[in-house]
Design a protein around this ligand. Structure first.
Ligand code: COA
Length: 170
């Protein structure tokens, strides 16, 4: 299961055939500024394997996002993350440098937000980000999130947690 196509994007599960694209994306030092380090090819392979475990266990994870003609754009999707000792469903997104600034992360994140609310029917969705990551914060805000709390348990001293509650469906 994946979110439906948006106006410009198609979602699909990642496979080992995506290793070249993901290694380039996650190995880009500029794109990975707010991570501890860019990912090596082996770490990009581990990223794919982690998401394949997510698909098997939950039915969802981070998906490849590509244009409707099949051009690689990045990844976006839903994974369970620790926030101050509890599990929260997070929307995550990475868009290759050549495709940034066109609203594609927002378009993908909106589709994931709606999927989390309507298909998974979770009560809350978060985005966890480095406090200086303004582009990521903007995407989270544009899909309706607001600051919730700081997380102190991550790989950097403090991470900002933005999020939103969904109305309970009766
Ligand atoms: C975050 C990211 C996915 C955004 O991708 P994108 O496709 O360019 O995003 P969008 O075009 O949908 O929106 C980006 C918004 O951030 C804003 N923005 C971009 N860079 C910014 C900066 N340095 N400071 C402030 N705002 C910035 C844009 O102006 C836009 O907001 P606007 O529509 O109000 O003008 C992309 O920058 C990325 O891949 N970053 C690295 C990976 C990452 O940090 N992911 C999030 C992990 S928490």
């Amino acid at each position: 299961m994946t979110p439906d196509d948006t106006e410009r994007l198609h979602f699909r599960q990642m496979t080992i055939d995506d290793l070249d694209d993901l290694a380039e994306l996650l190995g880009d030092p500029a794109l990975m500024t707010f991570y501890p380090a860019p990912k090596t090819r082996d770490q990009a392979r581990a990223w794919i394997e982690w998401n394949q475990r997510n698909y098997a266990e939950h039915g969802y994870g981070l998906w490849i996002i590509e244009t409707l003609t099949g051009e690689f754009v990045g990844d976006c999707g839903l994974t369970w993350q620790q926030v101050n000792g509890r599990l929260e469903l997070e929307v995550g997104y990475h868009v290759r440098a050549t495709h940034q600034g066109r609203g594609l992360a927002t378009e993908a994140a909106l589709a994931c937000r709606d999927f989390a609310r309507d298909t998974l029917q979770v009560p809350q969705l978060v985005a966890i980000l480095h406090p200086d990551n303004e582009a990521s914060r903007r995407v989270a805000q544009k899909i309706g999130m607001r600051f919730l709390e700081n997380d102190l348990g991550g790989t950097i001293p403090v991470r900002s947690v933005l999020g939103m509650h969904f109305p309970v469906s009766l």
